[in-house]
Structure formats: C-alpha cells, structure tokens
Design a protein around this ligand. Structure first.
Ligand code: FRU
Length: 503
C-alpha cells in the first residue's frame, strides 16, 4: 500500500469519527470526511451494494481525486470502508477520476477509472491528460494494475482531445468479453461523443467505434455515461456540461439527460428515439446505476450542482451528498423514477388524513419534521374551478425576524411546478428556484416530498418527474404548512424517516 493511500486511510478513520450523527443526513450518503462528488463503481458484489465516490478527504473543496468507499444492504444504511484508490501512481498521480465496477468470473471485483496526470502548456496553463486505468480487489482493498494505463489518447482517433477522455462505463458482453463506453470531446467543435471499446480480458482494450455524437444538442462535453437495458428498451444516461436552457426542460450549466433508444451490440450502434431530463431540480449530476439481485435497476446521483460548490455550510466537515437511490422503469416511452422501496422500512409515526377540504392556509397536527416522507394528493374541490397556486411550505421556522422556508408550488393553469429555497438560509445569490412543466388531471396531481435534514427531493405523479435540491436551513425549522388560494381537496400521508439504529 502506498504512503499516500495509507495516510488517507488513517486520516479518514480518525477524522470520520469527529462528525456527530446529527451533522449528516440520516440516510443519504456523505463523504466520511471532506469532499465528495460523483458516484463511482456502483455495483452488487459479495452480497451487498458497493458505492465508491470521487473523494478528497483533506478539505471540503475538490482536490486530487481519491475513491472513497461505502457499502450497504438496503441503500439507506451506509457503512464506510477504507478509501479504495489514491492518486499514487504515474498514470493517476493527479487524480483517480470517475469510473465503474464489475464482478469478474474468478470472484474478483474490478474497477475501471480515469487516471489524470497534469501537463503544463508553454503558457504555464495546467491541463489534465486523461487515460483509463484498472484495479482489482476483494470488496475491501484494491490493487492497481501495474501496467496502467490500459487506454490512452493514442488509442483513439486524433480528432479527440486528450484532456477530455474519461469516465469509463464497463460491462461484459454476452460472450463474456468486455466492453467500455468512454466520454470524449472533439478538439475543434468541442462536441461530446461516446466511444465504444472492446477487450477479451478487461486489460487489453481496442477502440471500436464512436457510438453516439452530441452534435451540439445537449451542452458540450458529455460526462459519466451509463448504458443498460430496461423494460425492453435501452437507456443511455449522460451528464452534459455547459448546457443552454430549453423550454423549462433543460437548464444552464451541468445537467443530466436520459436517451431512450435501441443499442445494437452487433452493429455497435445506438439508435436514439427520445430524450428527457433526469432531474429538473437544482442539485443532481453524474448518476450511475446497478442491477439489484431482485432485478431492479437502481440509480444514484450526486445531489449537487458544480456551479454552487463554493456555497458551503461552515460548520459541516463534509461537502456533497448522494441523492436517495431511485428505482427506474420505462413506461409509455418515459423514464420513471421512484424512491427505492426500502425507504418504507424507515417509516415511523404515520399520519394519514384523507380528503381535507380547505382554502387559504392550514397546518396539520404532527405534520412537520426534517426527515420525513410526505405523500400528497391534491385536487381542486371542483374540476372546473382550478386554483391558481397550491403551495407546500417546509423547513419553515416560527421566527418573524429570520424567516426560513422553502416550498414546492403547483400552478395548474400553467401546468407548472416550482421549487424554491430563496428563504432557506442561504446568503448567496445563486440559483434558488426551478420550474418544470408537469402533467395533471384537471388540477389533480400527486407529489411526494422526501426530506433528510439537508435536502428535499420531490417525486411528481409516481415518479414521472423528480426535482431535487439541497437546503441550508437550521434543523429546528421543521414546520410544514399548506396554502391554496381557492378551495382544494388534500390527502396526506406523512411518516418520519428514522434509521433503525436511531429508533
Ligand atoms: C463529473 C466529473 C467527471 C470526472 C470527475 C472528476 O462530475 O467532472 O467527468 O471524472 O467529475 O472529479
């Protein structure tokens, strides 16, 4: 084991214990200590889920990347394992960037990731040269392949930049050989492409084909691809950088896009049929998926936004969290995302109230909290009298001086849902609000709100759409109230979400 890895292991072991439980989310994964970004190597190995992540233990800012490691049986109770990879060999001396994992037939766990080695231009400008590396392990510790890298820019057509060649998604083909899909960017147009590679053994790799080109549609470079079969169709997840907004569907900056289509393994082609955003909130990026033993496709993403990484809460010794894992399915040509069903095992103290008719503002006894699952069915008293706005205020306090609240607001006349954290306690001028067009039946809509101390995730109409955002609000701001400008019928199911060891 290198000194760099051993130092990090010792550091996280000591420092990780200094974080009190209430200073983390309850069931969303955060770094053991310091910085976390993308999920990596999401896999099911030796009877449990493994999740690695982009990690810099020594501060709450991005630094030379390590791979942190956590395991879980139920996707809610996470247990840290020792840091798995450190930037400690020539091919990755400036960072072990994102990648994926697979199980080998001989019982080993294999990681494929991007190694970064900086080079300096004559101007003095630093550029990250990116190549692909592998490592093997047993679920506990990992050894890098001594002859890394296994793929460099010399293996790809010269139109692609050596500074943007990263995030391998590895899988095994039907004949047992290996495939990898890797993000690349053309030098002249700065257009994101996904390149397909093959290998007989996971070690010797060969460029096959450019599988798909952005052609300037979704941002520029595409990061962190994932490709899998789901409900008879193929799903390609990509995370484009430098997006331009489009019709309340895609927003400025980094986004996530789901392409549905046909992947022809023989012809090595992807025939794209449709596209949709994965999360229309503020904080979501770089998701990965795993197939669970019971056949579910489960996705986890980084619940953050690259444009706001410098907005941090000074008293928290970690930065960045994963979103609540979601079960994916495809219905009527659309990706559907639901919170993993395991979440129901955390439900306590049910409050169920059906068909409450009200106008203006109500609060319901017991309906409050910052770690909750709140399922709402909302409909106008009569379908021909649509209200203007129905709002759920949450993470709300009672102080008149320092008002705190965030909200989700539904406007049926405009078919628009808005999330807002303007008054969440943030003192910086970044994006605090997002809106999305939503489906409803004459004003009838279902919203499910999951809060976990530092975040809110809103699932619309059983997972047709999801909007996620992080929150900055003091934990004692836990009131919830409902507001509507005209008469509305509301059904509420509310549960506290408590991990088993805290019960
Ligand atoms: C996406 C990303 C990846 C890269 C990693 C570096 O968020 O930029 O493309 O591998 O983060 O930390």
């Amino acid at each position: 084991m290198s000194k760099i890895l051993r130092d990090a292991e010792r550091y996280e072991e000591i420092m990780g214990t200094t974080v009190p439980e209430e200073k983390r989310p309850g069931f969303h994964l955060t770094a053991r200590i310091g910085w976390m970004n993308d999920p990596n190597g999401f896999s099911y190995y030796k009877d449990r889920f493994h999740l690695f992540f982009q990690y810099y233990p020594y501060s709450c800012t991005w630094g030379p990347m390590y791979w942190g490691h956590a395991v879980t049986d139920d996707l809610l109770h996470w247990q840290y394992r020792p840091v798995a990879l450190a930037p400690d060999c020539n091919a990755d001396r400036d960072g072990c960037f994102s990648g994926t994992a697979i199980n080998l037939p001989d019982g080993r766990h294999m990681l494929m990731y991007t190694g970064v080695a900086n080079e300096f231009l004559p101007s003095g400008k630093k550029r990250e040269v990116q190549s692909q590396c592998i490592a093997f392990g047993d679920g506990e510790s990992y050894k890098k392949y001594p002859a890394n890298p296994v793929l460099t820019h010399e293996n790809i057509p010269a139109i692609y930049s050596r500074y943007d060649f990263r995030d391998p998604k590895i899988w095994r083909a039907e004949d047992g050989s290996f495939r990898s899909l890797i993000a690349a960017c053309t030098i002249t147009e700065q257009d994101g492409h996904l390149l397909l590679f093959s290998s007989p053994d996971g070690i010797r790799w060969k460029f096959e084909k450019t599988l798909i080109r952005n052609n300037g549609r979704f941002g520029k470079m595409w990061e962190c691809p994932d490709l899998f079969e789901l409900d008879g169709t193929q799903v390609l997840l990509i995370s484009p950088q430098d997006m331009i907004p489009l019709e309340e569907v895609y927003y400025n900056g980094n986004g996530t896009v789901c392409l549905l289509g046909d992947y022809d393994a023989e012809a090595q082609s992807f025939d794209e049929k449709s596209h949709q955003p994965v999360d229309q909130g503020i904080d979501f990026y770089a998701p990965q998926t795993v197939l669970s033993p019971d056949g579910r496709r489960i996705m986890i993403g980084w619940m953050q936004n690259w444009d706001t990484i410098h907005v941090q809460m000074p008293d928290l010794p970690w930065f960045g969290q994963m979103n609540l894992p979601r079960e994916l399915s495809v219905a009527n040509g659309k990706l559907i995302q639901k919170p993993v069903r395991e979440i129901t095992s955390l439900r306590r103290n049910p409050i169920i109230q059906k068909d409450i008719l009200f106008k203006n503002t109500i609060e319901l006894p017991g309906v409050r909290g910052r770690q909750i699952d709140l399922d709402l069915e909302i409909e106008p008293e009569s379908p021909d009298q649509l209200f203007e706005e129905f709002t759920v205020f949450f993470a709300q306090n009672s102080s008149e001086k320092e008002t705190r609240f965030s909200f989700v607001r539904f406007n049926p006349k405009k078919s628009r849902l808005t999330i807002d954290r303007t008054f969440s306690g943030s003192r910086r001028g970044f994006v605090h609000q997002r809106s999305a067009r939503v489906n409803h039946d004459h004003g009838k809509i279902r919203l499910r709100l999951i809060l976990d101390r530092f975040s809110a995730e809103i699932f619309v109409n059983g997972g047709e759409q999801v909007l996620s955002m992080t929150l900055f609000t003091e934990q004692d701001a836990d009131r919830i109230s409902f507001h509507c400008d005209s008469s509305v019928r509301l059904s509420v199911e509310k549960y506290d979400l408590l991990k088993t060891e805290t019960i």
